[in-house]
Design a protein around this ligand. Sequence first.
Ligand code: GRF
Length: 211
Amino acid sequence: MKRIVILISGRGSNMQAILEAKLPVQVAAVIANKEDAGGLQTAASLGIATAVLSHKGYPSREAFDADLARLIDSYQPDLVVLAGFMRILSEGFVRHYENRMINIHPSLLPAFTGLSTHARAIQEGVKVHGCSVHFVTPELDHGPIICQAVVPVLDDDTEDTLSKRVLVCEHQIYPQAVRWFAEGRLSVEGNRVRVANHADIQAHSLIVPRD
Ligand code: GRF
């Protein structure tokens, strides 16, 4: 069975969705860079090993990332899962986990990389928004996209209502992507990810708003 390590910085709802999805993986550890990350307690209550490595006090990003990689590798994971891990990663760290580190981002990439994605989607007036799971490459919030989920943006949406709608989708697609990895169904060809034997796409189109 494939081993995964999950990295978090906060509440860890995506981590929880993965832990509760009963995937064919062994979750070797959940690691946080903040000792008050709420997800640590959730993981521990589900019987998962946890560890904290604070980035504070490190002289450089590279020095922290080197120690973080040592900690991660001590669990010998096949896949590193970033689930709300709020750190910019150094190039060496990312290359070390090439094609074996994934992230979830709350937008339809490549739109709205970075922070405050929901507020910016509303500000820009887009009619659809969503989330993306992608392999991590050195450029922030880029990298081959494994899957995306789309939600409508409604006229009266606030950042709060829109983020909640997107989060429901995050909790669906992130466990799905981890399972595909575990089942060996993902192959990366350039910037495209192929998923072997996925279900037929039901919806032909999503038109927002509709007449
Ligand atoms: C999620 O919106 C995720 O897409 C983003 O950070 C948030 C983390 O939430 N990368 P949680 O800690 O998984 O609840």
